[in-house]
Design a protein around this ligand. Structure first.
Ligand SMILES: *Cc1c(COP(=O)(O)O)cnc(C)c1O
Length: 401
């Protein structure tokens, strides 16, 4: 195979494949829920065994080191300027985002800069807050592919838009585009406007250091290859003291029986308290594996696989790749030919060809989608032969209905 098409880091890919249970399927759904390593799953299992031996509270105390390390590692992935003390865990990226949006101090009549490609759950949280407090959601200028258009932004200026907050997904779920997050955050910061960045699709997929947002939300089960059921929330210390969570409880606030509850200091006010600790222990292992492998090596291979997959898949049986072929992400979204239902094709690919992809309706991002899409998302452990298998199967399993 020519060096043009041969993705880098084949040894790393082999190591990550060998570190996982032998695949029952060709897994091309890292953007939905990636394959966890055996060590990640073992750590969860061992932790649950400790819960059986000594009870969950003592088990958690005995495992405080990996839990703290996970927060340190995540702060490193999202820094500089963040420490473990600025990171907490949530149920999911969606709940972390909703909690942030509810707690964010915004004037009545304030303005939030958004993008049309916002993730459905986030868009709902924003719409609800906007309706409650008379806040205006202002579309940031984007180019034809949905990237925030920096030139257009500079022409009007973040100051000219009169924004109180900016938020967007670093990488969209339904469109394999990466936003110029650092460039937008720098422009916003110069205008005194904080940015909340959704890194649910980017943590572990692309480099996320040096982006300069005021707050981040992410998730364990996608590109970080952690267990399900853990969200990630990181907030700059200078911002966190200004957040007022709308639903305080014993984990997040104090109350003396009179007046208003007082939020705890720091990120603790944004925590969720009770949780499935085993999943967080697994995430600690998964994040450690990413740092051991080197985020640069991992993300370079993922981007190469994405580009390769787009070239192979674009035009197969009439499917059209939606994002630019050269976009440096591992998310490949496909627009179906007329009369073809992506959900039915996803089901046939899985049942008849043993290939896992995902399909989703327009609710995923209602202002960015005009019809359902099919998505393939290879991770570092994906082999080129698996992308070839998808191209072949797509050719033979695409038919109306
Ligand atoms: C998946 C996703 C989310 C939500 O993550 P959950 O952990 O499922 O809540 C948010 N934003 C984007 C861009 C996503 O792809």
């Amino acid at each position: 195979m020519s060096p043009m098409t041969d993705p880098p880091q084949p040894e790393l890919a082999g190591r990550w494949r060998a570190a996982r249970e032998p695949g029952g399927v060709i897994h091309l759904d890292a953007a939905g829920c990636a394959r966890a390593s055996r060590a990640t799953v073992d750590a969860c299992r061992e932790y649950l065994a400790a819960e059986s031996r000594v009870g969950g509270y003592v088990a958690e105390i005995r495992h405080s080191e990996p839990l703290a390390r996970a927060r340190t590692d995540l702060a490193r992935l999202l820094g500089p300027g963040l420490t473990a003390d600025d990171v907490t865990f949530h149920h999911s990226a969606s709940t972390a985002f909703a909690a942030l949006v509810e707690a964010w101090p915004l004037p009545s009549g304030g303005r939030i800069g958004v993008v049309r490609s916002e993730f459905g759950s986030n868009a709902m949280a924003l719409a609800a807050r906007a309706a409650r407090d008379g806040i205006e959601l202002v579309d940031l200028p984007v180019d034809g592919d949905g990237h925030i258009d920096l030139d257009a932004l500079d022409r009007v200026g973040v100051t000219g838009l009169n924004l109180d907050l900016v938020t967007f997904p670093h990488i969209a779920s339904q469109r394999g585009i990466i936003q110029p997050a650092a460039e937008v955050a720098a422009r916003a910061a110069a205008a005194g406007v904080p940015v909340v960045l959704d890194v649910a699709q980017s943590l572990g997929q692309v480099l996320t250091t040096g982006l300069g947002a005021a707050a981040y939300v992410g998730t364990s089960r996608k590109w970080l290859c952690g267990p399900r059921g853990v969200g990630i929330l990181a907030v700059e210390p200078r911002i966190v003291e200004r957040l007022i969570p709308s639903s305080p409880n014993l984990y997040t606030a104090t109350w003396d029986g009179h007046g208003l509850p007082v939020p705890l200091g720091g990120i603790a006010r944004m925590g969720i308290g009770e949780s499935a600790a085993a999943a967080r222990i697994g995430l600690a292992v998964a994040v450690g594996e990413l740092l051991d492998a080197g985020p640069e090596a991992v993300t370079t291979r993922i981007a190469a696989l994405g580009r390769l997959a787009r070239r192979r898949l674009d035009g197969v049986a009439g499917w059209q790749v939606r994002e630019p072929l050269e976009e440096a992400t591992g998310i490949v979204t496909l627009v179906p030919p007329d009369g073809v239902d992506p959900h039915a094709v996803r089901d046939r690919l899985f049942t008849d060809a043993g290939i896992l992809t995902s399909a989703f309706p327009t609710s995923r991002a209602p202002r960015d989608m005009t019809g359902p899409l099919l998505r393939a998302s290879p991770h570092v452990y994906t082999d080129v032969s698996e992308i070839d298998a998808l191209a072949d199967a797509l050719g033979s399993h695409t038919r109306p209905g």
